[in-house]
Design a protein around this ligand. Structure first.
Ligand code: SAH
Length: 361
């Protein structure tokens, strides 16, 4: 029997098995979509010489949704040494690691962490061809605009966590640190932070189902046992006892303007914890403490109404490290706004879905 015949036989039997499993499970995915997914997956396995098919087959049999994104998942397994390219790292790994070198926290990552980020990059780019998760479509941009940008949070959180700035009481011991990524979308910053800090527990919250499907898929493929995903609107989730004032830190990037975002985020933060919002600084006329920034000025009321106190805004340099803001700071500079939770949030907040954005406090 020739090699190709052998592969074909393997491919067909796997495809048939997956297909049958899915139909039997009545997953609600259309017949046509399944057929395309099986085809994509089996072509991928064929290209990759069908190694690791066994392990993949076992997984899809009980996780049908994997099939829809079969090719990239297969690649992820391969980098764990159990998939179609057993033991091999992605070919672009050294160049990709180089992209992380520019950033202080990126340089500190271990080799397995860098490999996981590389796997995440593969998964994201592949999935993004079919589902609109991010406007970013190239590998260097994923590294710069998602990975490095997400890693900016690490130093700031650790500084707050250790209380080394002298202005804060200590947060929870780092090993019991619990964070919420509000409006995680494609997984930023939450997925990246989950990889960079495996001892911290993360909840990724998003209101869009397809984004949560992707997040769950990525968490499972990357085997991130410290990360979980909740599909809900913040306005509703924040009233659930298990989530209300249950987090040491809430992080958010590109979710809403600060007045609305403060009402969405602060109810999740425990007293003594922090809300950190990644923003792009826009130089404008009014001044609040250390920055000229109307968006921040207009958020003060909402921050205080929700039990918070504005602490400061930190700019990050090209290395990703935090630096002080100055009044002559460049426009479009990446900044992180830090809010400390000092009092319980009144039970009326957040208001009903959509209200915080439509009628900011
Ligand atoms: N933080 C990610 C995604 C930004 S897009 C990043 O920086 O790349 C904003 C995301 O916030 C979307 O996925 C949207 O579904 C989610 N979102 C917006 N309002 C929300 C709300 N009220 N509750 C939960 N998620 C929300």
């Amino acid at each position: 029997m020739s090699r190709v015949q052998g592969l074909d036989r393997k491919r067909l039997s796997c495809a048939r098995l997956c297909f049958t499993a899915l139909l039997l499970r009545n997953t609600g995915v259309s017949h046509g979509a399944l057929r395309v997914a099986v085809q994509r997956w089996s072509d991928h396995c064929l290209q990759r010489r069908a190694r690791g098919v066994e392990s993949f087959r076992t997984r899809v049999a009980w996780r049908p949704s994997a099939l829809v994104n079969a090719a990239p998942v297969c690649r992820v397994f391969s980098s764990h040494g159990e998939g179609c390219e057993a033991g091999s790292a992605p070919s672009a790994q050294p160049e990709r690691d180089g992209l992380l070198e520019r950033c202080q926290q990126g340089r500190l990552l271990s080799t397995p962490q860098k490999r996981r980020l590389s796997q995440l990059c593969d998964l994201l780019l592949e999935r993004n061809r079919h589902v609109n998760l991010t406007a970013i479509r190239t590998e260097p941009e994923v590294y710069e605009k998602h990975f490095v940008d997400s890693l900016r949070f690490v130093d700031i959180i650790e500084t707050l966590c250790a209380g080394v700035s002298g202005e804060r009481p200590r947060l929870a011991a780092p090993n019991h640190f619990r964070l919420l990524d509000l409006g995680s979308g494609g997984g930023f910053p939450g997925l990246v932070l989950g990889i960079a800090r495996p001892s911290w527990e993360f909840v990724l919250l998003d209101a869009t189902r397809k984004k949560c499907d992707w997040l769950r898929e990525a968490v499972e493929a990357l085997q991130l046992s410290n990360v979980s995903v909740i599909w809900d609107r913040a306005e509703l989730a924040a009233h659930k006892p298990a989530l209300r004032e249950a987090f040491d830190c809430v992080v958010a990037r590109a979710v809403a303007r600060l007045p609305a975002l403060s009402e969405l985020a602060l109810p999740f933060v425990r007293i003594g914890g922090y809300f950190l919002a990644a923003k792009e600084y826009r130089r404008e006329a009014s001044t609040v403490g250390d920055v000229h920034w109307p968006e921040l000025a207009s958020a003060m009321r909402s921050i205080e109404a929700n039990g918070g106190r504005y602490m400061r805004t930190v700019a990050t340099d090209t290395d990703g490290a935090p630096t002080a803001c100055s009044t002559d700071m460049d426009d479009h500079r990446r900044v992180i706004v830090i809010v400390h939770k000092q009092h319980p949030t009144p039970s009326m907040y957040p208001r009903a879905p959509g209200v915080p954005e439509r009628k900011p406090l």
